[in-house]
Design a binder for this molecule. Structure first.
Ligand SMILES: NC(=O)c1ccc[n+]([C@@H]2O[C@H](COP(=O)([O-])OP(=O)(O)OC[C@H]3O[C@@H](n4cnc5c(N)ncnc54)[C@H](O)[C@@H]3O)[C@@H](O)[C@H]2O)c1
Length: 249
């Protein structure tokens, strides 16, 4: 897909990987709605992007991906203000393994992606008046391997991959011009990443062996999944020391 002139929505875009994805889309000439639960960071990112890419090419809407009503409002805004949707990045995610936190991790990382995909499909499906499009769901390398101590996170990310690969083969997507892909980065330098000096033994060892990617580099993989029309149901693993590797099933 040629990105110039297209309309995109990125969740969890106030900072980190989502911000880098939004910036890559803006650099390539898309109009982007950035959404995040963090209003302060979202407004700051909006201001920076507007100065660089033009007032009318980007907007921010505060929304929590766990709220159906708030997310419906976001999709309504992208439709009304920008005129449809071509590119969806379901990216918002958290880490939370504690007994009192695990359900929120599932709500954000897995149910949030399901909700965002359902709502994106409503706007993209050609049989519903859409133009087709591409959905890129941020999974993780934790969706491809066991993560002792990160069982809930791993479960949600395995779920995101299975969910994305399944939609990609569903005639409802195939016949309506919608591609669905999953992005699986290893560690990238964002607020979410454990600090190498505070990481426990296994994590510290993994970081040392595999390296840490810049969000801008991860955004290159994201853009590959957006731009390459041959990629549908693709699972792109990214590791600093390995580069970009499409997972073979
Ligand atoms: N950084 C890494 O090493 C890494 C590796 C693999 C996958 N990921 C995934 O990448 C995605 C982005 O993570 P990041 O590293 O940029 O982390 P981050 O913490 O820097 O950014 C996450 C963003 O999501 C937002 N967010 C959190 N909960 C939300 C909610 N309920 N509704 C809306 N927005 C919400 C946060 O406010 C924040 O702006 C996540 O899905 C994460 O699991 C990150």
């Amino acid at each position: 897909m040629k990105v110039s002139g297209r309309i995109a929505l990125v969740t969890g875009a106030a900072q980190g990987l989502g911000k880098a994805f939004a910036e890559a889309l803006l650099e390539n000439g898309a109009k982007v709605l950035i959404s995040d639960v963090n209003a302060e960071a979202g407004e700051a990112t909006l201001k920076a992007f507007q100065e660089k890419y033009g007032e009318n090419n980007v907007m921010f809407v505060r929304a929590d991906v766990t709220s159906q009503a708030q997310m419906e409002a976001v999709f309504q805004q992208v439709h009304e203000r920008f005129g449809g949707l071509d590119i969806m990045s379901n990216n918002a995610g958290i880490v939370g393994e504690a007994r009192e936190a695990w359900e929120k991790t599932v709500d954000v990382n897995l149910k949030g992606v399901i909700r965002g995909t359902n709502l994106a499909l409503d706007l993209m499906r050609q049989d519903k008046g859409g133009r087709g499009g591409v959905i890129v769901n941020t999974a993780s390398i934790a969706g491809l391997m066991p993560v002792p101590g990160g069982e809930i996170y791993a479960a949600t990310k395995h779920g995101v991959i299975g969910f994305s690969r399944s939609w990609a083969k569903n005639p409802l997507c195939v016949d309506n011009g919608v591609r669905v892909n999953a992005l699986c980065p290893s560690f990238s330098a964002t607020a979410m990443m454990p600090r190498a000096d505070s990481a426990d033994g296994e994590v510290g060892k993994y970081i040392e062996e595999h390296g840490v990617m810049s969000p801008e580099y991860v955004a290159e993989g994201f853009m590959d999944l957006v731009q390459d029309d041959s990629k549908n149901g693709a699972v792109l693993k990214m590791v600093q020391k390995l580069g970009k590797v499409y997972v073979e099933y």
